[in-house]
Design a protein around this ligand. Sequence first.
Ligand SMILES: Cc1cc2nc3c(=O)[nH]c(=O)nc-3n(C[C@H](O)[C@H](O)[C@H](O)COP(=O)(O)OP(=O)(O)OC[C@H]3O[C@@H](n4cnc5c(N)ncnc54)[C@H](O)[C@@H]3O)c2cc1C
Length: 535
Amino acid sequence: MHHQKEHRCDVLIVGSGAAGLSLALQLAQDLNVIVLSKGPLREGSTLYAQGGIAAVFDENDSIASHVNDTLIAGAGLCEDAAVQFTAENAKTAMEWLIAQGVPFDQYRDDDGVLKYHLTREGGHSHRRILHAADATGRAVQITLVDQVRRHPNIRLLENYNAIDLITDQKLGIDGNQCHGAYVWNRDNEQVEVIAARFVALATGGASKVYLYTSNPDVASGDGIAMAWRAGCRVANMEFNQFHPTSLYHPDAQNYLITEAMRGEGAYLKRPDGTRFMPDFDERAELAPRDIVARAIDFEMKRLGVACVYLDISHQPKDFILEHFPTIYAKCLSVGIDITKQPIPVVPAAHYTCGGVMTNLNGQTDISNLYAIGEVAYTGLHGANRMASNSLLECVVFAQSAARHILQQWPTSKPTPELPDWDESRVSNSDEEVVITHNWHELRMFMWDFVGIVRTTKRLERALHRVELLQREIQEYYRHFRVSNNLLELRNLTMVAELIIKSAMQRKESRGLHYTLDYPEQAAHSKPTVLQPGRD
Ligand SMILES: Cc1cc2nc3c(=O)[nH]c(=O)nc-3n(C[C@H](O)[C@H](O)[C@H](O)COP(=O)(O)OP(=O)(O)OC[C@H]3O[C@@H](n4cnc5c(N)ncnc54)[C@H](O)[C@@H]3O)c2cc1C
């Protein structure tokens, strides 16, 4: 009988962004680690992060201030302990990144002392953002990739999709432990088994559930869906952050137009060339991100148009070229001269605040299963993420999870024999069109009904549709061999359901969740927690 390929390791890490690679490097001195990535090792949201990472480095700044700013951004829903823990450990986490070789920008002060350059971002009351020019994520990702590639205890499996976790429950034995995962080798299209004493999900967010997103293709919520199927609770899935302006062009997906452009005088316009932001807020184009995103969404839905326009062409050409050389070049490459023309833009799903519930060690509800980075809900972000706190969360929780795994290691039990993946009843798909159609439909109705502005009716419509899709996809999944699109679609529909159900439970508007039926903030509020089997 033909057996599937089986890998064994001490720790399996699913995901190779800032969270996954930081964890791998901190464990590899003592343990054998496998890191899985769905595409090339460097691909993930981390690579595209621009702004930077928050940490208290300035003597005039304080941890109390970082905590306070985070709590304000989180609109009353942050877990105090998680915020305090993250802010307190930020500096050590950044020092670790620096020791790995991340080239954060530096300068010499008046006394000739070399210091890290700290920039300031929305919501932060001090300069506390470490950055590497305007491509911080790239600097972090490339540095960490370089380190893991050279480490003898880290095995890298690129082009592998994790499909599902293997738990006691799945094996039909008593207990609540995770033992590994079934994974799909995209190169030879075979399912393989990975047995591990510890498993960490570091799969990033789920913004690809929306039609427009700033995230790369891998952000399909796989880790959230896998953890939920395995029995973990998820929290705050209704809080999805939208960036107000991403380029709307068929040849340039996922390209953000920085908010600094509005800061430098750009106007938002309807297709007929009239401005609309003054109708929504007295700060007009300089209103906070959420208000601008909501106004754009409102105008697009009201007028039934595909995009609005961001226009900076009234500024002198030299000024535009000096401030926005990269955006100028990018837009020109798709035929838009921003010194003469307005830029077509739409808001884009940007960050998933909710996720798999964890404690301060990154532990989930299942023993030996951890979740770190954007996939996790630690309580840090509450109802809205403050800029530059997310990469920070990846590294801080990678450190605490690594510490915890190393402590647990001596008493951990060997992994049992794991059964092969059952492929006896499946055949090759003959109807790929079902997947592509459902994929498009899902992202479209999530955008229209569960996006920036919600109503109870829209959410009900979306729930009805997602339930239909789930049945169809389950049916398909049972009968046909897996493919990347099928696996992602299965996970995205699951995550969509979790977002819709969470949004339906929140009968108020708070942070990133805005519903016309309950436009006010309730006097008392708590995180939305969904439990498998109950919700
Ligand atoms: C354009 C942009 C700008 C941003 N700017 C900032 C910023 O300035 N500061 C900040 O703090 N944050 C920023 N963010 C957010 C931040 O980049 C992310 O939250 C963070 O990088 C997430 O890191 P991660 O390690 O959790 O996941 P990611 O970096 O997204 O990595 C996910 C990994 O999981 C893998 N994976 C997923 N599913 C599977 C599967 N089924 N099987 C195997 N592997 C899988 C992927 O292949 C990938 O390796 C930005 C995000 C974007 C998109």
